[in-house]
Design a protein around this ligand. Structure first.
Ligand code: 5CU
Ligand code: ZN
Length: 399
Protein backbone atom coordinates (compact mmCIF):
# COMPACT_ATOMS: atom_id res chain seq x y z
CA UNK A 1 0.00 0.00 0.00
CA UNK A 2 1.89 3.05 -1.24
CA UNK A 3 1.42 6.57 0.08
CA UNK A 4 -1.86 6.16 1.97
CA UNK A 5 -3.85 9.33 2.52
CA UNK A 6 -3.83 10.42 6.16
CA UNK A 7 -6.18 12.90 7.86
CA UNK A 8 -5.78 14.04 11.48
CA UNK A 9 -9.01 15.41 12.91
CA UNK A 10 -7.90 15.92 16.52
CA UNK A 11 -5.06 18.44 16.41
CA UNK A 12 -4.92 21.79 18.19
CA UNK A 13 -3.49 25.28 17.80
CA UNK A 14 -3.28 28.47 19.82
CA UNK A 15 -3.11 31.29 17.25
CA UNK A 16 -0.42 33.88 18.14
CA UNK A 17 -3.05 36.45 19.23
CA UNK A 18 -4.45 33.91 21.71
CA UNK A 19 -0.94 33.19 23.06
CA UNK A 20 -0.39 36.93 23.57
CA UNK A 21 -3.67 37.20 25.41
CA UNK A 22 -2.71 34.29 27.74
CA UNK A 23 0.68 35.95 28.37
CA UNK A 24 -1.06 39.08 29.60
CA UNK A 25 -3.08 37.13 32.18
CA UNK A 26 -2.15 36.08 35.72
CA UNK A 27 -4.93 33.68 36.53
CA UNK A 28 -5.98 30.44 34.85
CA UNK A 29 -5.61 30.21 31.93
CA UNK A 30 -2.29 32.01 31.55
CA UNK A 31 1.25 31.74 30.24
CA UNK A 32 4.13 32.46 32.59
CA UNK A 33 7.68 33.29 31.48
CA UNK A 34 10.04 31.77 34.10
CA UNK A 35 12.57 34.07 35.67
CA UNK A 36 15.47 31.74 34.73
CA UNK A 37 14.79 32.24 31.03
CA UNK A 38 13.45 28.69 30.61
CA UNK A 39 10.61 27.90 28.22
CA UNK A 40 7.30 29.63 28.94
CA UNK A 41 4.83 27.63 31.04
CA UNK A 42 1.24 27.02 29.99
CA UNK A 43 -1.12 26.95 32.96
CA UNK A 44 -4.59 26.03 31.71
CA UNK A 45 -5.94 23.37 34.07
CA UNK A 46 -7.07 24.44 37.53
CA UNK A 47 -4.89 21.67 38.99
CA UNK A 48 -1.90 23.33 37.26
CA UNK A 49 -2.38 26.54 39.20
CA UNK A 50 -1.26 25.02 42.47
CA UNK A 51 0.28 27.50 44.94
CA UNK A 52 2.33 24.62 46.39
CA UNK A 53 4.22 24.40 43.11
CA UNK A 54 6.74 27.17 42.31
CA UNK A 55 5.33 29.43 39.63
CA UNK A 56 8.26 28.71 37.30
CA UNK A 57 7.41 24.99 37.37
CA UNK A 58 3.64 25.10 37.11
CA UNK A 59 1.76 23.68 34.14
CA UNK A 60 3.72 22.51 31.14
CA UNK A 61 6.29 24.04 28.83
CA UNK A 62 4.77 25.66 25.78
CA UNK A 63 6.79 25.99 22.60
CA UNK A 64 6.18 27.06 19.02
CA UNK A 65 4.41 23.79 18.22
CA UNK A 66 1.34 25.33 19.86
CA UNK A 67 1.17 28.42 17.68
CA UNK A 68 3.43 28.22 14.64
CA UNK A 69 1.61 26.63 11.74
CA UNK A 70 4.95 25.81 10.09
CA UNK A 71 5.75 23.57 13.05
CA UNK A 72 2.37 21.87 12.64
CA UNK A 73 3.14 21.29 8.96
CA UNK A 74 6.58 19.87 9.86
CA UNK A 75 4.92 17.55 12.36
CA UNK A 76 2.44 16.48 9.68
CA UNK A 77 5.26 15.83 7.22
CA UNK A 78 7.28 13.85 9.76
CA UNK A 79 4.31 11.64 10.59
CA UNK A 80 2.99 11.32 7.04
CA UNK A 81 -0.19 13.29 7.66
CA UNK A 82 -1.68 14.68 4.46
CA UNK A 83 -4.44 16.82 5.94
CA UNK A 84 -5.29 18.16 9.40
CA UNK A 85 -8.52 19.65 10.73
CA UNK A 86 -7.11 22.10 13.25
CA UNK A 87 -9.01 23.42 16.27
CA UNK A 88 -8.35 25.96 19.02
CA UNK A 89 -7.11 24.14 22.14
CA UNK A 90 -8.76 24.29 25.54
CA UNK A 91 -10.06 26.32 27.27
CA UNK A 92 -11.11 28.05 24.04
CA UNK A 93 -13.02 31.26 24.84
CA UNK A 94 -14.76 29.91 27.93
CA UNK A 95 -13.15 32.53 30.18
CA UNK A 96 -13.79 35.55 27.95
CA UNK A 97 -16.42 37.91 29.33
CA UNK A 98 -19.55 38.89 27.51
CA UNK A 99 -18.21 42.19 26.16
CA UNK A 100 -15.42 40.55 24.21
CA UNK A 101 -16.67 37.05 23.42
CA UNK A 102 -17.98 37.75 19.91
CA UNK A 103 -14.97 39.85 18.95
CA UNK A 104 -12.57 37.10 20.02
CA UNK A 105 -14.53 34.37 18.27
CA UNK A 106 -14.49 36.33 15.03
CA UNK A 107 -10.77 37.02 15.41
CA UNK A 108 -9.92 33.35 16.02
CA UNK A 109 -12.23 32.03 13.33
CA UNK A 110 -10.99 34.50 10.73
CA UNK A 111 -7.43 33.61 11.68
CA UNK A 112 -8.11 29.87 11.31
CA UNK A 113 -9.78 30.44 7.96
CA UNK A 114 -6.97 32.59 6.58
CA UNK A 115 -4.29 30.20 7.88
CA UNK A 116 -5.98 27.32 6.06
CA UNK A 117 -6.42 29.39 2.89
CA UNK A 118 -2.79 30.57 2.84
CA UNK A 119 -1.30 27.16 3.57
CA UNK A 120 -3.55 25.44 1.07
CA UNK A 121 -2.82 27.86 -1.72
CA UNK A 122 0.92 27.68 -1.04
CA UNK A 123 0.92 23.87 -1.01
CA UNK A 124 -1.80 23.02 -3.54
CA UNK A 125 -0.96 19.89 -5.49
CA UNK A 126 -3.21 18.33 -8.14
CA UNK A 127 -5.05 15.20 -6.94
CA UNK A 128 -4.07 15.79 -3.31
CA UNK A 129 -6.26 16.87 -0.42
CA UNK A 130 -5.77 20.44 0.84
CA UNK A 131 -3.43 20.35 3.84
CA UNK A 132 -5.64 22.19 6.34
CA UNK A 133 -9.26 22.60 7.38
CA UNK A 134 -10.53 23.87 10.74
CA UNK A 135 -13.12 23.60 13.47
CA UNK A 136 -14.12 27.11 14.55
CA UNK A 137 -14.75 28.38 18.05
CA UNK A 138 -17.85 29.99 19.57
CA UNK A 139 -18.47 33.13 21.65
CA UNK A 140 -20.30 31.15 24.32
CA UNK A 141 -20.02 34.00 26.83
CA UNK A 142 -21.94 36.40 24.57
CA UNK A 143 -24.89 38.09 26.32
CA UNK A 144 -27.49 36.43 24.10
CA UNK A 145 -27.44 32.90 22.72
CA UNK A 146 -28.53 34.31 19.38
CA UNK A 147 -25.07 35.92 19.06
CA UNK A 148 -23.54 32.46 19.39
CA UNK A 149 -25.93 31.11 16.78
CA UNK A 150 -25.06 34.03 14.49
CA UNK A 151 -21.37 33.10 14.62
CA UNK A 152 -22.28 29.50 13.72
CA UNK A 153 -24.12 30.80 10.66
CA UNK A 154 -21.32 33.23 9.76
CA UNK A 155 -18.53 30.65 9.83
CA UNK A 156 -20.59 28.03 8.03
CA UNK A 157 -19.99 30.15 4.92
CA UNK A 158 -16.19 30.17 5.35
CA UNK A 159 -14.59 27.75 2.89
CA UNK A 160 -12.35 25.86 5.34
CA UNK A 161 -14.52 25.65 8.46
CA UNK A 162 -16.03 22.21 8.93
CA UNK A 163 -17.43 22.44 12.45
CA UNK A 164 -16.93 24.00 15.86
CA UNK A 165 -15.03 22.82 18.90
CA UNK A 166 -16.79 23.29 22.25
CA UNK A 167 -16.11 22.47 25.87
CA UNK A 168 -18.53 20.86 28.27
CA UNK A 169 -19.76 23.89 30.19
CA UNK A 170 -21.55 25.56 27.27
CA UNK A 171 -22.75 28.97 28.44
CA UNK A 172 -21.72 28.13 31.99
CA UNK A 173 -24.47 25.72 32.97
CA UNK A 174 -23.68 22.57 31.05
CA UNK A 175 -25.00 21.28 27.76
CA UNK A 176 -28.56 20.61 28.93
CA UNK A 177 -29.04 24.35 29.34
CA UNK A 178 -32.09 25.83 27.51
CA UNK A 179 -29.77 28.78 26.83
CA UNK A 180 -28.15 26.63 24.14
CA UNK A 181 -31.23 25.78 22.12
CA UNK A 182 -30.50 28.44 19.49
CA UNK A 183 -26.95 27.11 19.17
CA UNK A 184 -28.13 23.53 18.66
CA UNK A 185 -30.60 24.84 16.10
CA UNK A 186 -27.88 26.71 14.20
CA UNK A 187 -25.56 23.68 14.25
CA UNK A 188 -28.35 21.47 12.99
CA UNK A 189 -29.34 23.94 10.25
CA UNK A 190 -25.77 24.40 9.02
CA UNK A 191 -24.79 20.75 9.60
CA UNK A 192 -21.48 21.92 11.05
CA UNK A 193 -19.95 19.19 13.21
CA UNK A 194 -19.78 19.92 16.95
CA UNK A 195 -16.43 18.63 18.25
CA UNK A 196 -17.12 18.14 21.96
CA UNK A 197 -13.89 18.23 23.95
CA UNK A 198 -13.16 18.18 27.70
CA UNK A 199 -11.15 20.67 29.71
CA UNK A 200 -12.36 20.85 33.32
CA UNK A 201 -12.07 17.22 34.37
CA UNK A 202 -13.53 16.36 37.77
CA UNK A 203 -13.09 18.13 41.11
CA UNK A 204 -9.92 17.10 42.98
CA UNK A 205 -12.16 15.54 45.66
CA UNK A 206 -13.24 12.88 43.16
CA UNK A 207 -9.63 11.66 43.15
CA UNK A 208 -9.00 11.90 46.89
CA UNK A 209 -8.14 15.59 47.20
CA UNK A 210 -5.52 18.03 45.86
CA UNK A 211 -2.58 16.23 47.45
CA UNK A 212 -3.35 13.03 45.58
CA UNK A 213 -3.85 14.92 42.33
CA UNK A 214 -0.50 16.70 42.83
CA UNK A 215 1.23 13.40 43.59
CA UNK A 216 0.35 11.94 40.20
CA UNK A 217 0.71 15.09 38.10
CA UNK A 218 -1.52 15.22 35.04
CA UNK A 219 -2.39 11.52 35.09
CA UNK A 220 -5.66 11.61 37.05
CA UNK A 221 -7.05 14.81 35.48
CA UNK A 222 -6.16 13.84 31.91
CA UNK A 223 -6.56 10.07 31.89
CA UNK A 224 -9.75 9.90 33.97
CA UNK A 225 -11.08 13.42 34.52
CA UNK A 226 -11.20 14.35 30.83
CA UNK A 227 -13.06 11.24 29.57
CA UNK A 228 -15.56 11.29 32.45
CA UNK A 229 -16.20 14.98 31.89
CA UNK A 230 -17.07 14.27 28.24
CA UNK A 231 -19.30 11.39 29.26
CA UNK A 232 -21.22 13.49 31.79
CA UNK A 233 -21.67 16.34 29.31
CA UNK A 234 -23.05 14.20 26.51
CA UNK A 235 -25.22 12.24 28.98
CA UNK A 236 -26.81 15.48 30.21
CA UNK A 237 -27.49 16.56 26.64
CA UNK A 238 -29.12 13.24 25.94
CA UNK A 239 -31.14 13.15 29.18
CA UNK A 240 -32.55 16.62 28.55
CA UNK A 241 -33.92 15.56 25.16
CA UNK A 242 -31.58 17.63 22.97
CA UNK A 243 -31.47 14.80 20.42
CA UNK A 244 -35.27 14.56 20.38
CA UNK A 245 -35.54 18.26 19.57
CA UNK A 246 -32.53 18.36 17.21
CA UNK A 247 -32.47 14.93 15.58
CA UNK A 248 -30.00 15.97 12.90
CA UNK A 249 -27.30 17.34 15.22
CA UNK A 250 -23.83 15.93 14.46
CA UNK A 251 -21.39 15.55 17.36
CA UNK A 252 -17.82 14.30 17.31
CA UNK A 253 -16.77 13.16 20.79
CA UNK A 254 -13.13 13.53 21.76
CA UNK A 255 -11.11 10.58 23.05
CA UNK A 256 -13.39 7.95 21.54
CA UNK A 257 -16.38 9.21 23.48
CA UNK A 258 -14.78 9.30 26.93
CA UNK A 259 -16.47 6.35 28.58
CA UNK A 260 -19.80 6.63 26.75
CA UNK A 261 -19.39 3.53 24.56
CA UNK A 262 -18.73 1.44 27.66
CA UNK A 263 -21.50 2.98 29.78
CA UNK A 264 -24.31 3.50 27.25
CA UNK A 265 -26.10 0.30 28.26
CA UNK A 266 -25.98 1.27 31.91
CA UNK A 267 -27.35 4.73 31.11
CA UNK A 268 -30.20 3.13 29.15
CA UNK A 269 -31.02 0.77 31.99
CA UNK A 270 -31.02 3.50 34.62
CA UNK A 271 -33.32 5.68 32.52
CA UNK A 272 -35.77 2.81 32.11
CA UNK A 273 -35.92 2.38 35.87
CA UNK A 274 -36.25 6.08 36.57
CA UNK A 275 -39.21 6.56 34.14
CA UNK A 276 -39.66 10.31 34.64
CA UNK A 277 -37.45 13.23 35.60
CA UNK A 278 -38.19 16.18 37.85
CA UNK A 279 -38.01 19.62 36.26
CA UNK A 280 -39.22 22.82 37.93
CA UNK A 281 -41.26 20.88 40.48
CA UNK A 282 -43.08 18.84 37.80
CA UNK A 283 -42.46 15.51 36.15
CA UNK A 284 -41.24 15.23 32.58
CA UNK A 285 -40.56 12.26 30.39
CA UNK A 286 -37.02 11.19 29.73
CA UNK A 287 -35.47 11.13 26.25
CA UNK A 288 -37.71 9.64 23.60
CA UNK A 289 -34.95 8.34 21.40
CA UNK A 290 -32.86 5.41 22.60
CA UNK A 291 -29.22 6.03 23.39
CA UNK A 292 -28.06 3.43 20.84
CA UNK A 293 -30.07 5.19 18.16
CA UNK A 294 -28.42 8.50 19.05
CA UNK A 295 -25.00 6.84 19.02
CA UNK A 296 -25.68 5.45 15.56
CA UNK A 297 -27.26 8.59 14.14
CA UNK A 298 -25.82 11.69 15.77
CA UNK A 299 -22.50 10.71 17.32
CA UNK A 300 -19.09 10.31 15.73
CA UNK A 301 -15.98 9.30 17.67
CA UNK A 302 -12.30 9.98 17.20
CA UNK A 303 -9.74 7.24 17.66
CA UNK A 304 -7.62 8.90 20.31
CA UNK A 305 -7.97 6.03 22.78
CA UNK A 306 -4.45 4.57 22.92
CA UNK A 307 -5.81 1.06 23.54
CA UNK A 308 -7.55 -1.65 21.53
CA UNK A 309 -10.32 -2.36 24.07
CA UNK A 310 -11.43 1.27 24.01
CA UNK A 311 -11.35 1.36 20.22
CA UNK A 312 -13.40 -1.80 19.94
CA UNK A 313 -16.00 -0.37 22.34
CA UNK A 314 -16.12 2.74 20.15
CA UNK A 315 -16.89 0.66 17.08
CA UNK A 316 -19.52 -1.39 18.92
CA UNK A 317 -21.22 1.76 20.17
CA UNK A 318 -21.62 2.92 16.58
CA UNK A 319 -23.60 -0.22 15.83
CA UNK A 320 -20.67 -2.48 15.08
CA UNK A 321 -19.78 -0.54 11.96
CA UNK A 322 -16.61 1.42 11.68
CA UNK A 323 -18.02 4.13 9.43
CA UNK A 324 -18.69 6.61 12.26
CA UNK A 325 -15.17 6.45 13.58
CA UNK A 326 -12.77 9.23 12.57
CA UNK A 327 -9.44 7.68 13.16
CA UNK A 328 -7.59 10.82 12.41
CA UNK A 329 -6.21 9.00 9.43
CA UNK A 330 -7.69 8.34 6.05
CA UNK A 331 -6.58 6.14 3.22
CA UNK A 332 -9.30 7.05 0.79
CA UNK A 333 -7.33 6.52 -2.37
CA UNK A 334 -6.26 3.00 -1.38
CA UNK A 335 -8.45 0.26 -2.81
CA UNK A 336 -9.92 -2.08 -0.18
CA UNK A 337 -9.32 -4.55 1.29
CA UNK A 338 -6.42 -3.13 3.27
CA UNK A 339 -4.77 -5.22 5.89
CA UNK A 340 -1.44 -3.50 6.16
CA UNK A 341 -0.53 -0.60 8.41
CA UNK A 342 2.67 1.26 8.60
CA UNK A 343 3.52 2.63 12.02
CA UNK A 344 5.17 5.56 10.31
CA UNK A 345 2.00 6.92 8.86
CA UNK A 346 -0.89 6.20 11.19
CA UNK A 347 -2.07 9.14 13.25
CA UNK A 348 -4.67 10.28 15.74
CA UNK A 349 -2.49 12.81 17.29
CA UNK A 350 -3.89 15.39 19.72
CA UNK A 351 -0.85 17.43 18.67
CA UNK A 352 0.78 19.42 20.31
CA UNK A 353 -0.27 17.84 23.61
CA UNK A 354 1.62 14.68 24.63
CA UNK A 355 4.96 15.69 23.04
CA UNK A 356 7.91 13.26 22.63
CA UNK A 357 9.06 11.64 25.87
CA UNK A 358 12.71 12.19 25.02
CA UNK A 359 14.13 15.21 23.28
CA UNK A 360 16.03 13.09 20.79
CA UNK A 361 12.89 11.16 19.74
CA UNK A 362 12.07 11.82 16.13
CA UNK A 363 8.57 10.35 16.26
CA UNK A 364 6.05 11.17 18.99
CA UNK A 365 5.37 8.20 21.29
CA UNK A 366 1.77 9.34 21.76
CA UNK A 367 1.28 9.02 18.02
CA UNK A 368 2.96 5.67 17.57
CA UNK A 369 1.21 4.22 20.65
CA UNK A 370 -2.11 5.20 19.18
CA UNK A 371 -1.14 3.66 15.89
CA UNK A 372 -0.24 0.39 17.56
CA UNK A 373 -3.57 0.30 19.40
CA UNK A 374 -5.50 0.88 16.20
CA UNK A 375 -3.43 -1.59 14.29
CA UNK A 376 -3.98 -4.26 16.96
CA UNK A 377 -7.72 -3.56 17.16
CA UNK A 378 -8.43 -3.82 13.47
CA UNK A 379 -5.60 -5.51 11.71
CA UNK A 380 -6.88 -7.99 9.20
CA UNK A 381 -10.40 -6.73 9.61
CA UNK A 382 -11.96 -5.63 6.35
CA UNK A 383 -13.93 -2.98 8.21
CA UNK A 384 -10.64 -1.19 8.61
CA UNK A 385 -10.72 -0.48 4.91
CA UNK A 386 -14.00 1.37 5.34
CA UNK A 387 -12.80 3.30 8.37
CA UNK A 388 -9.57 4.29 6.78
CA UNK A 389 -11.09 4.71 3.34
CA UNK A 390 -12.54 8.12 3.74
CA UNK A 391 -14.73 8.58 6.81
CA UNK A 392 -13.28 12.00 7.61
CA UNK A 393 -13.25 13.05 3.98
CA UNK A 394 -16.87 11.99 3.56
CA UNK A 395 -18.25 13.11 6.93
CA UNK A 396 -16.45 16.46 6.97
CA UNK A 397 -16.52 16.99 3.21
CA UNK A 398 -12.79 17.61 3.01
CA UNK A 399 -12.58 18.67 -0.59
O1 5CU B 1 -6.00 14.88 25.46
C1 5CU B 1 -6.27 15.99 24.99
O2 5CU B 1 -7.08 16.15 24.06
C2 5CU B 1 -5.69 17.17 25.66
C3 5CU B 1 -6.03 18.47 25.20
O3 5CU B 1 -6.62 18.67 24.16
N1 5CU B 1 -5.68 19.51 25.98
C4 5CU B 1 -4.96 19.34 27.11
O4 5CU B 1 -4.71 20.32 27.82
N2 5CU B 1 -4.56 18.12 27.46
C5 5CU B 1 -4.92 17.03 26.76
ZN1 ZN C 1 -7.45 17.49 22.39
Amino acid sequence: MANPLIVDIHTHVYPPAYIDMLRARHKVPYIHDPSDGGPPRLIILSSDDDPNIPLDQRGRPVDSSYSDIKVKLDFMDKHGIDCSVISLANPWLDFIGEEQASEWAQKINNDLESTCAQVNSATATPDKLPRLFAFGTLPLGAPQQVAVADEVHRISALPHIRGVIMGTTGRGNGLDDPELEAVWGALQDTQLMLFLHPHYGLPDEAFGGPEIVRRYGHVLPLALGFPLETTIAIARMYLSGVFDRFPKLRILLAHSGGTLPFLAGRIESCIAHERTFKVNGGSVQGPQRGIWDVLKTNIYLDAVAYGTAGLKAAVEAGGGTTDRLLFGKMMSHCPPPMTFFNADNFEGTDHPFFPPLNEEDDKWTSVTTNYKAISAAFEGDEAVAAVLGGNAVRILNLK
